[in-house]
Design a protein around this ligand. Structure first.
Ligand SMILES: Nc1nc2c(ncn2[C@@H]2O[C@H](COP(=O)(O)OP(=O)(O)O)[C@@H](O)[C@H]2O)c(=O)[nH]1
Ligand SMILES: [Mg+2]
Length: 298
């Protein structure tokens, strides 16, 4: 087994089979593996409550992630607000989450897509900063500290990048890599940016920026819309390296062709839709009109 082959997502034992899809995007040999990094860090303490007094809400969309959510919550610790937006999972995701974190703010709604779920979560979040995280164990909660530090430096939005120097992915197939590279190039052309990654959902932003983001995306194009609208709104955006771990269990809900097309359309709309339309979206009450059911944080 190679050094990289030992990586299996945080919380996974070295005995489990690696699920590497490609070696091309992995961090260089020689340093500690992601598993070693994670094992060496005290998980809850790694996620500090805030920087410069900033409070944090972690928004996690879940749709049948019962076998993964406990590990994610365990590594998150209990230092900050967790908003769980569940798509009426039938595998006990909610029960598993509540057992470990009875204080989560829980929103349950039809599975209309990751974007719809995240927007509902944003509306319920109360922290100064919102961090988006998948429920599948592919994002290392230990990196939240870095997101918060860069936000505290004065940035409005901090995006993780698997392809920036120091980043990497254990989950990026060649097809996804090629699609992401093409879409990222389009984004850089449209928004005059120099991003190295586009279709990666580990990012943080100041909650006060939500109205200026004017989000209405329902599916996996939500991250592209967040970034496109942020660039159009002139927000201060920083990119930091991030290492994407393999999904702990289960299959991705993303369909490359369908969702790639939606991402492209979302970016074109972000660039060319009249400012008036974005303003109208920003003013519209969002999830309240679509049946938000949230339990208050206890
Ligand atoms: N609530 C909710 N969550 C969703 C929906 N679709 C995807 N998710 C969650 O969104 C996150 C990202 O989805 P994932 O399948 O990991 O996509 P990938 O990371 O692009 O491979 C996961 O935590 C999913 O459980 C949905 O329709 N509703
Ligand atoms: Mg994922």
């Amino acid at each position: 087994m190679t050094q990289h082959g030992e990586v299996g997502g945080f919380g996974r034992t070295n005995g489990s089979e690696p699920r590497l899809k490609t070696e091309a995007f992995l961090p260089p040999q020689g340093g500690p593996t992601a598993a070693e990094r994670l094992a060496g860090a005290p998980p809850p303490a790694a996620a500090v409550p805030g920087h410069q007094g900033l409070t944090l809400s972690v928004v996690i969309p879940t749709w049948n992630e019962a076998s993964n959510i406990a590990t994610v919550l365990q590594y998150l610790g209990d230092a900050h607000e967790v908003v769980l937006v569940d798509g009426l999972s039938e595998d006990g995701t909610v029960e598993t989450a509540l057992e470990l974190r009875p204080d989560v703010t829980l929103i349950q709604r039809e599975p209309r897509g990751k974007g719809d779920a995240l927007r509902a979560g944003f509306d319920a979040a109360t922290g100064d900063v919102i961090v988006i995280m998948d429920a599948d164990g592919s994002m290392d909660p230990g990196e939240i500290d870095v997101f918060m530090s860069v936000i505290a430096l004065g940035f409005d939005l901090v995006k993780g990048s698997r392809l920036a120097c120091g980043g990497g992915s254990y989950d990026l197939t060649r097809v996804r890599w090629a699609g992401n590279a093409a879409l990222c190039a389009v984004a850089n052309g449209l928004f005059h940016t120099h991003w190295t990654d586009l279709c990666y959902g580990y990012l943080a932003f100041r909650r006060e920026c939500l109205p200026r983001l004017a989000l209405d995306a329902d599916g996996f194009e939500i991250e592209a819309q967040i970034l496109g609208h942020a660039a159009q709104a002139g927000l201060r955006i920083a990119e930091i390296p991030s290492i994407e771990l393999p999904r702990l269990e289960g299959e991705s809900h993303l369909k490359a062709t369908r969702d790639g097309t939606r991402i492209l359309k979302a970016m074109l709309a972000a660039r060319f839709a009249p400012r008036a339309r974005r303003s109208a979206v920003a003013l519209r009450p969002n999830t309240l009109a679509t049946g938000l059911s949230a339990t208050p944080r206890r």
